[in-house]
Design a protein around this ligand. Sequence first.
Ligand SMILES: *[C@@H]1O[C@H](CO)[C@@H](O)[C@H](O)[C@H]1NC(C)=O
Ligand SMILES: *[C@@H]1O[C@H](CO)[C@@H](O)[C@H](O)[C@H]1NC(C)=O
Ligand SMILES: *[C@@H]1O[C@H](CO)[C@@H](O)[C@H](O)[C@H]1NC(C)=O
Ligand SMILES: [Zn+2]
Length: 487
Amino acid sequence: MELLFSLLFLSLCFSWFLQPTFARGGQQHTSGFGNSSYNARHLFEESRPHFSNDFAQGYMTNSDLDKAIKAFAQRCSNISRIYSIGTSVKGVPLWVIEISDKPGEEEAEPAFKYIGNVHGDEPVGRELLLFLANWICDNHLKDPLATLIVENVHLHILPTMNPDGFSLRRRGNANNVDLNRDFPDQFFPLSDDVNMRQPETRAIINWLRDIHFTASASLHGGALVANYPWDGTRDKRTNYFGCPDDETFRFMASIYSRSHYNMSLSKEFQGGITNGASWYPIYGGMQDWNYIHGGCFELTLEISDNKWPTANELPTLWEYNKMSMLNLVANLVKTGVHGRIFSSDGGRPLPGSITVKGINQSVKASRTLADYHRLLAPRGRYEVMATMPGYKSRSTFIWLEEAAMTLDFVLDPEVTHKGSLLRSGCECDCGNKSRLEFVGFLWGGHLEVCFILIVVVGFLCFLFQRRMKSNFSKHRQVVVPKRPVGV
Ligand SMILES: *[C@@H]1O[C@H](CO)[C@@H](O)[C@H](O)[C@H]1NC(C)=O
Ligand SMILES: *[C@@H]1O[C@H](CO)[C@@H](O)[C@H](O)[C@H]1NC(C)=O
Ligand SMILES: *[C@@H]1O[C@H](CO)[C@@H](O)[C@H](O)[C@H]1NC(C)=O
Ligand SMILES: [Zn+2]
């Protein structure tokens, strides 16, 4: 009990100190964690000259937002549904809009989530997310990007994670806890007990148990930069600290910054992106937790220097961020390696894992359909391996271009001795067609013939892909992964 109280007390103090400072967080007061010579460029808040009492004028109140979400769900019921993932401290429902051609249904498609208003005093995101939902609804079957997202992704939008903080016009929630410091931390685990967390944090943690997200982004204000993991360093110093997927994250963050009106022109952040720890380390953040515990690639997007611009600037901010927000979601299906894992005895989907040699982080296939979506930086040679307890692992080399690639795996049970290598690494026809023939040979036990066949097919694929390479990159904007015939 005592421990509980002291922890609560500590976290309250902690968030109180942080409250007026930064976008993603502050480090100046964090007991010497960071470098005190760091001059907070976001301290502008303390001298809010233009902030009168009605600085939220023109922004949706919580009940306006509630109405806007429900109106959206009605207007756009054919490609969306709404659901709540919990309630805030004060009992405000945390509504999520899901956009998909089959909302609420399981499909072999990646899921993406956008979270706005993590910090109560950063309300631009919650407004832009409603712009985003409405734009996709209005442009489905008219605009290729909108259509691509609706048909190939399940997009989940939580406009506000912190409605209480919003109505109090402050960073923390109703208990004044900074929600972006409330997640289990890899280096400084305060407690892994989910019940110790704030209700808003708990809602996110449980959400990740229900839905298998491939990637996500939370929207903040107070700077203009796309921030990627890690957010914290082991020794609390301000240093670049890349996670195993550093290259992929830099690619993702660049998609956001380069599609933005002027994020990539930043003078402070090269290319408009930054590693979290090299900016300033934070602990208990949502971003690192998503990657570690959910295998979900999350970015922290700082989308406006001014945390609380006047409401008439919102349409412009939407225009500045629109292509970024759309492209980040579309990137889930336009790049990376996608496929399913099956069992060779009967073709059952296997909820296994995908690992890439040299990257110490695995991505899980979904529980029922066993589809996986492995984001990877393009233009690279990778060795991709599928594993499943009770089955023999299988790995294959791929050359990943700009466009997405489909790669299914068929795994043999560990107990039997029949069957051997069966790979489906090539998107080219030769690979797909020969798969069925492979199966015949495998069961027939013609292993030598099979081996030669693999070499020949592999060589043909290699030639074919070399020829296609230049074409692929030209067509990047329209290529969507095609499902190969099942095996
Ligand atoms: C802070 O950084 C400056 C230069 O960037 C360095 O000279 C100073 O020693 C650092 N201070 C601490 C406490 O790390
Ligand atoms: C981006 O444009 C906005 C509006 O014109 C301006 O306030 C901001 O300073 C610009 N930022 C960069 C990094 O160019
Ligand atoms: C891989 O990451 C885990 C933590 O996720 C760590 O315990 C392990 O040592 C790492 N392995 C290598 C080879 O770096
Ligand atoms: Zn923030």
